[in-house]
Design a protein around this ligand. Structure first.
Ligand SMILES: C[S@@+](CC[C@H](N)C(=O)[O-])C[C@H]1O[C@@H](n2cnc3c(N)ncnc32)[C@H](O)[C@@H]1O
Length: 204
């Protein structure tokens, strides 16, 4: 993938996503989490400081070795156990985890339905998935810009898509959306239509 995507991009994303502007959003998405959780797209560990004390262990899913290395300081600072795992392996027993967390990740994964299926496999049936994502805007003018910019965004921002609809992805993957809010955050509109909520993993 090259120096930019492998080395520069993960650090840049860590810096941008770690901006204080996002803190209140992170606070909200982490509220109510507890027990053993999986965080998909762990990045540089930015969410660790927002996790409630009830969280005992985080199984962190993060393919970028550069992001993992940059997460070391955050991992050392927290009293929560953090273990890096790969989804789709036997690292965690099926149906064993209490909850899942995804923040600004469904935009970046290559196959969001596969990843959601892998999350569903490791959490308990009906377990909460707390999500905070940016995505396709409801107004036509912004959506047009999102479609125009989408290719460039994917090349420059580590595969990030501007045109995904997180609620739709969740529902199509068998999750039941419990609660959500959607609103424009501050900032350029193609990147600022946020969806924050809790969905329940599929029950057999
Ligand atoms: C925009 S960053 C968000 C990082 C972090 N969740 C945050 O809130 O700041 C998206 C992250 O998803 C990771 N990622 C990409 N593909 C992934 C996959 N298939 N599974 C898990 N994480 C993935 C990227 O390496 C990147 O660290």
């Amino acid at each position: 993938m090259g120096l930019y995507n492998d080395v520069v991009m993960p650090r840049l994303v860590g810096r941008v996503c770690g901006h204080r502007f996002f803190d209140p959003w992170r606070q909200r998405v982490c509220e109510g989490l507890g027990g053993e959780i999986v965080e998909v797209g762990f990045g540089t560990g930015t969410n660790l400081r927002f996790l409630p004390p009830a969280v005992r262990r985080v199984y962190a899913v993060e393919p970028s070795l550069v992001a993992r290395a940059a997460a070391r300081a955050a991992v050392e600072r927290t009293s929560i156990d953090v273990e890096f795992i790969e989804l789709g392996t036997t690292a965690v027993a099926r149906g064993s985890l209490d909850a899942a967390l995804s923040a600004f990740t469904l935009c970046s994964v290559d196959d969001p339905r596969r990843v959601l299926g892998q999350i569903a496999a490791v959490v308990k049936p009906g377990a909460p998935l707390h999500f905070l994502e940016h995505g396709l805007a409801p107004d036509a003018a912004t959506a047009r810009w999102q479609h125009r910019l989408n290719g460039l965004e994917q090349r420059l921002a580590g595969g990030c898509h501007l045109t995904r609809d997180p609620l739709r992805l969740l529902v199509e993957s068998g999750f039941e959306v419990d609660t959500y809010v959607q609103e424009y955050a501050r900032g350029p509109r193609p990147w600022s239509y946020f969806t924050l909520g809790v969905a329940r993993a599929p029950r057999p």
